[in-house]
Design a protein around this ligand. Structure first.
Ligand SMILES: *[C@@H]1O[C@H](CO)[C@@H](O)[C@H](O)[C@H]1NC(C)=O
Length: 418
């Protein structure tokens, strides 16, 4: 109830001038630490506990996939897909649990005015589910700016809130494919791994999109058009490209790459009705900060330095209105990112995305856009964890039993021969 803002705190959180709600007094808020502070003993313990929790659960998910999936593939690809959607939900439960224990942030969503408006000015409330109804039914493509490696976690949590956490499709660097446990798990989930060679990647996109079209599941394809998180090196490359081509130099994002999104979208035309354009902003950052330097995963889950709120502005584009040709699509995407960059500038001024007429003259006077704030966690986390563990054990115990009998059978056969 008492969120006392001392002068020092106010200065440290200058980026977020928004009046605080009563409920969100996080430990990091009263005396905000910067990530440049050294790791303490407590940080190491906290990080070790996180790694044990996260890796341990991921191993369980992966063991279940290894125990079940190879057999299901033989029986039915469809059943195997359904099983792996469940595995994907388990993994999201793990992300939700880890985030609510180690970095209990809140998710603040603002909707573009075309998505509908809220009744009371300045009100935080309402329900965003109508924005995503077409995506829940038909699937969607999500494009987002890439600020930190937490982006994909919070967007996965957003999909969980719409009950679509089993359908997320993520695009990753090819090197991650063979990382034990995680890479293997993501291969079962049919994520896309890129080689950064256009001819190869184009084929990867097309075969994956074909699979999405062939299935009746509402895939949520997540794309970060910048290709990587914002960092000094990438900013320099992006700026040089802007200077060379005469494109507007962004201040808060990199220039978007357009080829991958275009190829995916053109395959999915007729299947998905909308692209959701997400702009992600982190509370506590100041203009010019490199977000990943402040809110890296070690900082968030180890040092307990995390944003009290992650803001996502949601905008929706009808696929039918988006140009299909290379030049037209490229211009469209550049424009989406120019708007995004300007919106990020406003975010740093206001501490949140513009929400009413005073903050953005384009928003009608009497109908501010809907703003929803909720904790980024499961409705009933203990129940979800227990249910997940019951499913784990229901798979692992019989699988172990079968495996030990198969092995001892083989052993006996071998010793009979020898
Ligand atoms: C983008 O796609 C076009 C047409 O398919 C191709 O010619 C071009 O090399 C691609 N650009 C990049 C940067 O891969």
């Amino acid at each position: 109830m008492t969120s006392v803002h001392t002068a020092a705190t106010a200065a440290a959180t200058a980026g977020s001038a928004a009046p605080r709600k009563d409920s969100d007094t996080t430990p990091s808020e009263s005396a905000r630490r910067r990530n440049s502070s050294p790791m303490t003993m407590v940080d190491y313990l906290r990080l070790a506990a996180f790694i044990m929790f996260f890796v341990g659960h991921s191993i369980m998910v992966n063991l279940c996939q290894l125990a079940v999936s190879p057999w299901l593939i033989l029986v039915s690809k469809r059943v195997n897909r359904k099983f792996n959607q469940q595995a994907e939900r388990w993994f999201c439960t793990v992300l939700l649990a880890a985030t609510s224990i180690w970095a209990p942030t809140r998710l603040v969503l603002t909707g573009d005015r075309e998505l509908g408006s809220s009744s009371a000015a300045g009100d935080i409330g309402g329900d965003e589910s109508s924005w995503f109804a077409p995506a829940v039914e038909h699937g969607c493509m999500l494009i987002s700016n890439h600020q930190t490696y937490f982006d994909w976690i919070i967007i996965w949590i957003l999909s969980y809130l719409q009950k679509c956490d089993g359908y997320i499709k993520i695009i990753l660097k090819g090197e991650l494919k063979n990382v034990p446990v995680f890479g293997w798990g993501m291969q079962f989930l049919d994520f896309m791994f890129l080689k950064r060679k256009w001819a190869d990647d184009q084929r990867t996109f097309e075969t994956h999109m074909q699979r999405i079209i062939d299935h009746d599941d509402p895939a949520w394809l997540l794309i970060f058009p910048e290709g990587t998180v914002v960092c000094k090196k990438r900013i320099a490359i992006s700026d040089a490209y802007a200077a060379k081509t005469g494109l507007r130099r962004p201040e808060h994002t990199l220039l978007p790459r357009t080829n991958g999104s275009r190829v995916c979208l053109n395959k999915l035309r007729g299947r998905i009705p909308y692209i959701y354009d997400l702009t992600v902003g982190y509370e506590g950052l100041r203009k010019g900060d490199i977000p990943e330097d402040e809110y890296g995963l070690v900082s968030m889950y180890g040092k307990s330095i995390y944003p009290s709120e992650v803001h996502i502005h949601v905008k929706r584009y009808a696929v039918a209105d988006i140009p299909a040709d290379e030049e037209g699509f490229s211009a469209w995407m550049q424009n989406v990112f120019v708007e995004k960059d300007i919106r990020m500038g406003r975010f740093y001024e206001l501490g949140h995305f513009p929400h009413d007429h005073e903050e953005d003259p384009a928003i009608p006077v009497d109908s501010p856009v809907l703003r929803v704030a909720k904790p980024a966690r499961a409705g009933n986390l203990p129940a979800e964890l227990i249910s997940m563990w019951i499913q784990f054990l229901a798979i692992i115990i019989p699988a172990r039993y079968v495996l030990s009998h198969v092995l001892s059978g083989v052993w006996h056969a071998l010793s009979g021969i020898l």
